[in-house]
Design a protein around this ligand. Structure first.
Ligand code: ADP
Length: 487
């Protein structure tokens, strides 16, 4: 077996603000059959500590970046966890990264340096009987792990850095550097220094043995200025070690045949249940019980997600007889744009704000079209859930959206491979065209059903990607995948 320590700030179902949690939660289970044992190190947020009642204390720190802390090991929600219980750093209500006023916690540099430092100590054998061969760091919160390893004493410990979103880089002023417990020469181009400050994600991308991101298209995009967000030069120089590995989804948690969140379950061969769910979605959003196409959005309401492009097309959507259900929250301006459309078009446009996992399942099971008009999308999970649920995805042709949805162009329709509709570039006009294409496709009931079924049967599982991660770990420690199976 290959022993891997995964380090993530979020892990579903314990704590989630986005796709990272889904990935960190699903990977350990998916990797098991490929000869990989994965434990996950997470911060002891209240929601995590609450689930660790049976946890065993395996280490204690009197001065972890100035605070008292301990490590708890145990199982929760099917995951093998090591939790960094440091109340002074993590015992805070609400969103893990921001205070109640919506500002980042000012000590975020310390909260995630501590997490990363502890991970590297675990890699050095901090806990008796546990010695991971590879540490897999996710996103900027774990970005310092590869730096602690590179500038630390171990010559054998290997690191993988996965970038889930280049837009969140964890950059801080140079004044934090002396407190990071790194040697002075780590404040350099081949260390953590980034445009005169400290870059956590930069450090991870620079220092990791392997860098991955969550789709092949995004792996290529981030080597350009438009998507690399300052890291494109570094990524180009490390291109041989950068891999795009698509995310999968948890096929049990997201299964329309058994999903308890649905008003009625269904399968690809018998989809009548979708209509019952559609009525339930309409009710939840205060929409009329109409039979026309029901478009939906389940997303953070931000510029990245192209919600402004959507808002600009609501008049057209409604005029064409469609309805729109939006679940999400985010930028006040975008939230207000959707809210005023809902007021302008009662019964046709509905908005539910806040995070609602159960409702998100129901929407996938009842809406006809799932819109993901993102300007950039490293992988995107919403369209994968949509495919699985027969909710046809309408997506911008970027990142993982490009890799997972097959556009219903003439050739794809003829070849019977289309699973959704793509548009490009991310503009109001291109989205308007795509909406018109969707409406025309929806009008042809028989071929629409075929497209839904094809989506439901497309492989959105972790299978292929888990195999790829296992291969990457194995190559790092000099195993062949066969060795790891036998071991
Ligand atoms: P990102 O991580 O950039 O936000 P992804 O598509 O990778 O985008 O993952 C977003 C995840 O969060 C999906 O599982 C999506 O269904 C879910 N999600 C987003 N907003 C909400 C919401 N308001 N309520 C429930 N689930 C949501």
């Amino acid at each position: 077996m290959i022993e891997v320590l995964s380090v993530a700030s979020e892990v579903y179902p314990l704590i989630k603000t986005g796709g990272l949690a889904d990935v960190a939660g699903a990977l350990p289970g998916a990797l098991a059959e490929f000869g990989v044992t994965m434990r996950t190190l997470v911060p002891g947020y209240p929601a995590v500590i609450g689930k660790m009642s049976g946890g065993r204390e395996v280490a204690r720190f009197n001065d972890l970046f100035g605070v008292d802390a301990r490590l708890l090991a145990g199982r929760a929600e099917g995951l093998d966890l090591i939790v960094l219980d440091a109340p002074a750093l993590y015992d805070r209500p609400g969103n893990p990264y921001m205070g109640p006023e919506g500002w980042d916690w000012p000590d975020n540099w310390k909260r995630y340096a501590a997490l990363s430092w502890v991970a590297s100590e675990l890699g050095l054998g901090l806990v008796e009987g546990y010695r991971p061969q590879v540490i897999h760091a996710h996103d900027w919160q774990a970005g310092l792990v590869p730096a602690y390893v590179k500038f630390g004493p171990s010559a054998t410990l290997k690191t993988v850095m996965t970038v889930h979103n280049m837009a969140f880089q964890g950059t801080f002023g140079a004044q934090v550097f002396p407190q990071l417990r790194l040697p002075p020469h780590a404040f350099s181009m081949d260390g953590v220094e980034y445009y005169g400050g400290v870059g956590y994600l930069k450090a991870g991308v620079e220092c990791a043995d392997v860098v991955t991101t969550v789709s092949p298209t995004y792996a290529a995009e981030i080597r350009t200025p438009a998507f690399g967000m300052g890291l494109e030069g570094l990524l180009n120089s490390r291109s041989a070690t950068v891999h795009g590995v698509l995310n999968g989804i948890d096929m049990d948690a997201w299964n329309p045949a058994t999903d308890p969140a649905l008003a009625q379950t269904y399968t690809a061969s018998s989809m009548q249940g979708r209509l019952v769910n559609k009525r339930a979605v309409q009710e939840a959003f205060g929409l009329d019980a109409l039979d026309g196409p029901l478009f939906a959005v389940v997303s953070r309401l931000t510029w990245q997600k192209g919600i402004d492009l959507l808002a600009a097309n609501i008049d057209m959507l409604v005029a064409s007889g469609a309805q729109l259900a939006v679940l999400g929250s985010g930028d006040a301006e975008l939230e207000n744009a959707v809210r005023s459309a809902a007021m302008q078009y009662p019964g046709k446009v509905g908005l539910v704000t806040g995070y609602n996992e159960k409702l998100s399942h129901l929407i996938q099971g009842g809406a006809d079209v799932m819109m993901v008009p993102s300007r950039f999308e490293p992988c995107g999970l919403t369209q994968l859930y949509a495919l699985r649920y027969g909710c046809v995805p309408l997506v911008c042709r970027v990142g993982g959206l490009n890799d997972t949805v097959i556009d219903a162009n003439v050739a794809a329709i003829q070849a019977e491979v289309a699973t959704g509709v793509q548009f490009a570039p991310p503009s109001e006009a291109a989205l308007a065209d795509a909406i018109r294409r969707v409406l025309a496709l929806y009008a042809d009931e028989k071929s629409w059903k075929k497209m839904q079924r094809r989506g439901m049967k497309s492989d959105v599982s972790w299978q292929a990607s888990a195999a790829r991660y296992a291969e990457l770990y194995a190559s790092l420690i000099g195993y062949t995948t066969d060795d790891s199976q036998d071991d």
